[in-house]
Design a protein around this ligand. Structure first.
Ligand SMILES: *Cc1c(COP(=O)(O)O)cnc(C)c1O
Length: 224
């Protein structure tokens, strides 16, 4: 099988599992621009990266060849990288907005954007220490309200990751995703908005789809 045939097979397998309202983004971190281009040629448009520099290099390399590409920043974002991020061509969304300080920096720099961005606030449902994300509903709600007043940063939804270190991986993933759905519903009611979720990776995407995730972020399984 050629690489393109293999990718086509993976893509059709996963698409067959996506219910209405759930979309796939392929996490292309550490993968080559050629691999990304192959998925693009197969019709995929959404790609996720977790480092600003790598994202910037790939976005520039593919800028002309993949004019309809939509880049998603999914990794930890430092405030001192925001200006560089905002200059990246075809940047579509940030899934990893993890605290109020970062929201304020995004708002301060938004004039650098020539188009609007989809913003997901990351909520820490696993409470694992190395994970970032809001832990407090009041802070999350304050961040959401700040975004609602922005002309360019669209509050798109909430993102989370399931617990990594656990004996009960599937049970923990379900608990984390259900908690995010509860937080989402509360925020929707309080702010009268409509939100999506971004949850599910290679190991737990089936559980995320049962919990109606708006975006599943699949890396490893799309390439091996
Ligand atoms: C790497 C990464 C993914 C994809 O993980 P896989 O296990 O390779 O599917 C999803 N979300 C985030 C935030 C990541 O950093």
């Amino acid at each position: 099988m050629t690489q393109k045939e293999l990718f086509a097979k993976k893509l059709s397998e996963i698409k067959a599992q996506l219910p209405e309202g759930s979309s796939l983004l392929v996490v292309s971190k550490t993968r080559s621009v050629e691999e990304i281009k192959t998925y693009y040629e197969l019709g995929l448009r959404d790609f996720g990266e977790n480092r600003v520099q790598e994202l910037s290099d790939k976005a520039q390399a593919l800028q002309d060849e993949c004019p309809e590409i939509r880049w998603h920043m999914i990794g930890h974002l430092q405030t001192n990288k925001v200006n560089a991020l905002f200059k990246i061509p075809h940047l579509y969304a940030i899934h990893s907005v993890h605290d109020l300080n970062l929201v304020q920096k995004l708002l301060k720099s938004q004039d650098l954007l020539d188009h609007s961005l989809q913003i997901f606030l990351q909520f820490n449902t696993s409470k694992e220490e190395e994970k970032s994300g809001f832990e407090d509903y009041a802070d999350l709600s304050a961040a959401a309200e700040l975004l609602l007043s922005s002309p360019k940063l669209n509050l798109a939804g909430l993102m989370t990751m399931g617990t990594l270190r656990t004996e009960n991986f599937e049970g923990e993933a379900a608990r984390c995703f259900q908690e995010l759905n509860k937080v989402k519903e509360k925020l929707q009611d309080n702010l009268q908005v409509n939100l999506k979720t971004s949850m599910g990776m290679s190991q737990d995407y089936k559980i995320a789809l049962q919990e109606k995730s708006g975006w599943v972020r699949l890396g490893t399984m799309m390439f091996v």
